[in-house]
Write a protein that binds this ligand. Structure first.
Ligand code: ADP
Ligand code: ZN
Ligand code: ZN
Length: 731
């Protein structure tokens, strides 16, 4: 019997679906879009089920059916449902998150036709006759002699829309629209290119993955340059030969033209790139290309994970430890974790590559949940770096630099090499203080100090973005004797210019690379040796290779060793290995120096003397003792509002709701509420509450069951609150 009611998920922040009557002339499908009335508006939602009766009366009717087939393949639709449950995020919002915005607005789920301009007979004869009066027009005709071109392609050649219009009016050219051709690729998927002969470890890794039928999760551990990408390419080849597709996820900073080129030049298949800066049409066409098998490989950042595929054969997650895989707002998913779930649901292999695997991943590999593959040899054989900690206790620091480090820098610079300095703090100095009374300039809207930016002569809050002209007088005692406290990249740059006037220093941070294209320019000038001293925040650590850098120094690692975020030391270790992997090359041994007040720190010692593996062992032991992830599972409740007490009270009630719940078990722990590490931001007071469970399934059961009760708390509507499942950032 034909169902009379459609259950529809709408992009509204409510944990429920809505029922609509299906008019006789409409035929909605599960997983397809419908337009429905919602209050005074019309919304586009996804049909998630059918029913013959509803608990609500006076149902409104579906207005329009937009899709006659589901938008997602069944397995991906199930995955999205799982995401919604696991991350405790409304299904309607989750589905909206997974749709290109063109589809959210109701555009058809079809490739948009490409319009190209062609010469007419008349145009061709003009060209023959040597038409040359109007230069631009003649140039356009010449360009079109070989075949059709789009408006954009003509624009790239300097042909303006008015020239096109003039030619069209003379009927010398005409527009024809065509759909992009879907060309299934042939058997010969690999181009005829030079490929390195695989080493033994690579061959073993490839065979291990290929021998697995169905789902399997593999950790491919190998330093930069050990040949991981070569393994990926070899794994993708048989997938394409079977007519299946591959998904390659890379961290935000890793999606460079070089990376894309590696894949595009190897195979005779179309490669689609997905990242957050695509425009609406590009994003829709990329989504459709994968769905309709018009492309063999999708390479992209986090959001590419939710691309539908006609027939996905393998997933690769490069730099799996990278924090950009976790979305920090709305649907707070971790693309690596969801990718593993996707591979599982689609019964295909997934390969996680990294030189510095996340501790969670290592734990899973060591406990046998994932297969652990190693690449230990570095192709091109750069020598390992010499690493040392520099004890700066009691040493005088000039702009953050100790005398032994300055001496070491001089040696490397005089040998004609480059030096790279890391300091994860932008601006001139992180605080401005009164020398007479100790008063510190504080943001009015945040519980945070202003950062002093000398270049723009401003003080800025790095949390809410507020900025004001620098102050010259203490607000406490009126003294004009204000001093800077601490060192930021700007000050370091100024200091270096005076210490090393004969060498050029360049600073790369968010302030210096605001303009589009400026980062690429800076990187290019470094490769051309226009600068000898490179100053950077974390931005400079990833994805870039500087063969002339022989000395890398991390100026201030103490903050990471003693942070309120238990993952800070793991990130420091990853940063350290990453930069060590960039320093030096075959002919020049690199050196890495860490300045610290705590040279004896266990984790630091393990890392420097025995490497990342030993560091990970030590860190995992500490996590086990403290019952931190991966030995427990965390959920972070965050809340904020203008009224401080109200926020605290709300989280107290959440705590009570959880603890009083019948599913709350003896081994579950609730910590807090406590003020968030940044306790006030942009005028709002912020608190948090941490739930710790022994298993993921317990976390799921408890939250799913307790959340309706939390939603019912009267304060739940008065404060802004959210749930972060398995949070990555606790600072
Ligand atoms: P990773 O992805 O681990 O950084 P790549 O796969 O990019 O490593 O390899 C680094 C360099 O070494 C590349 O230029 C690659 O072509 C080369 N390479 C990889 N495997 C081999 C091999 N077995 N023999 C020789 N060169 C190799
Ligand atoms: Zn602020
Ligand atoms: Zn003062």
């Amino acid at each position: 019997m034909r169902p009379t009611i459609a259950r529809v998920s709408l992009p509204v922040p409510l944990d429920r679906s809505f029922d609509y009557l299906i008019p006789a002339h409409l035929f909605p499908v599960i997983g397809g879009r419908v337009a429905v009335p919602f209050g005074p508006k019309t919304l586009i939602g996804i049909v998630t089920g059918f029913a013959s009766e509803s608990e609500f009366d006076k149902l409104k009717s579906v207005k329009e059916v937009l899709d006659h087939e589901p938008l997602w393949p069944e397995s991906l639709f199930q995955l999205l449902n799982w995401c919604s449950q696991f991350y405790q995020y409304p299904l309607g919002d989750t589905l909206a998150n997974a749709m290109p915005s063109a589809l959210k607005k109701g555009k058809p789920a079809q490739v948009e036709a490409i319009v190209e301009w062609y010469l007419t007979e008349e145009g061709r004869s003009q060209l023959m006759a040597g038409f040359s009066r109007a230069k631009k027009q003649a140039h356009a005709l010449k360009l079109l002699e070989q075949g059709g071109l789009t408006r954009e392609a003509l624009g790239d050649e300097g042909i303006s829309p008015s020239v096109i219009k003039a030619l069209e009016e003379k009927a010398w050219i005409e527009a024809q629209s065509r759909l992009p051709k879907i060309q299934p690729w042939g058997k010969q998927v690999e181009r005829d290119v030079d490929k390195p002969k695989l080493n033994e470890e690579q061959a073993v890794a490839i065979a291990s993955v290929n021998n697995r039928q169905g789902y399997g999760c593999f950790l491919l551990e190998g330093v930069t340059g050990s040949g991981k990408t070569e393994v990926y390419l070899n794994l993708i080849k048989p997938v394409l030969e079977r007519g299946q597709q591959a998904l390659v996820l890379v961290p935000e900073i890793g999606l460079t033209p070089q990376t894309i080129e590696r894949f595009a030049s190897r195979f005779n298949v179309s490669v689609t790139v997905v990242h957050s800066n695509l425009n609406e049409t590009e994003r829709l066409n990329a989504w459709l290309a994968a769905r309709d098998r018009a492309c063999g490989i999708v390479i992209g950042t986090r959001s590419a994970l939710l691309t539908p595929f006609a027939d996905l054969g393998i997933i690769i997650v490069d730099e799996e430890h990278d924090s950009s895989y976790k979305q920090q707002d709305s649907l707070r998913y971790h693309a690596r974790d969801v990718a593993i779930m996707r591979a599982n649901k689609e019964a295909i292999p997934i390969v996680l590559g990294s030189a510095t695997p996340a501790l969670e991943t290592l734990h899973n590999a060591r406990s046998g949940k994932y297969s652990h593959l190693h690449l230990t040899q570095r192709a091109g054989a750069a020598k390992p770096t010499t690493n040392k900690v520099l004890d700066i206790k009691g040493l005088y620091l000039e702009g953050g630099l100790s005398a032994p480090l300055i001496a070491e820098m001089r040696k490397h610079l005089e040998a004609g090499n480059q030096v790279l300095l890391f300091l994860n703090r932008r601006g001139f100095s992180p605080a401005l203080m009164c020398h007479e009374c100790g008063w510190i300039a504080e943001c009015q809207r945040c519980e945070a100090y202003y950062t002093y930016h000398q270049n723009s002569n401003e003080i800025r809050c790095h949390h809410c973005g507020s900025q004001r002209p620098v102050i010259h007088q203490c607000h406490g005692c009126g003294s004009t004797h204000l001093v800077t406290v601490g060192v930021g990249t700007e000050q370091l740059e100024a200091q270096l210019n005076s210490l090393f006037p004969d060498y050029s220093a360049i600073r790369i941070d968010r302030d210096s690379t605001r303009r589009k294209g400026s980062l690429e320019e800076a990187l290019e000038s470094i490769r051309n040796n226009e600068h000898q001293i490179l100053i950077g925040t974390q931005m400079l650590a990833k994805g870039h290779h500087f063969p002339n850098v022989t000395l890398v120094a991390l100026l201030d690692v103490d903050g990471s060793l003693y942070s309120s975020d238990f993952r800070a030391s793991e990130r420091l270790a990853q940063l350290f290995i990453q930069v060590a992997g960039r320093a030096g090359r075959a002919s020049k041994r690199g050196e890495v120096i860490l300045q610290t007040h705590h040279p004896e720190h266990t984790l630091l010692q393990a890392l420097l003397t025995q490497g990342y593996g030993q560091f990970a062992d030590t860190a995992l032991q500490e996590r086990k003792m403290a019952q931190l992830p991966p030995f427990s599972f965390l959920t972070l409740f965050k809340a904020e509002a203008n009224d401080n007490q109200m926020v605290e009270q709300f989280l107290r009630q959440v705590r009570h709701t959880l603890e009083a719940h019948p599913l709350f078990s003896q081994s579950d722990v609730v910590l807090g509420p406590t003020p968030a590490p940044l306790s006030k931001r942009a005028g709002k007071y912020r608190w948090q509450l941490l739930l710790q469970t022994q298993s993921r399934s317990q976390m799921q059961r408890l939250l799913s069951s307790a959340k309706p009760a939390i939603n019912m708390l009267p304060l739940a509507k008065k404060v802004r609150w959210s749930l972060d499942i398995e949070p990555q950032d606790l600072s």
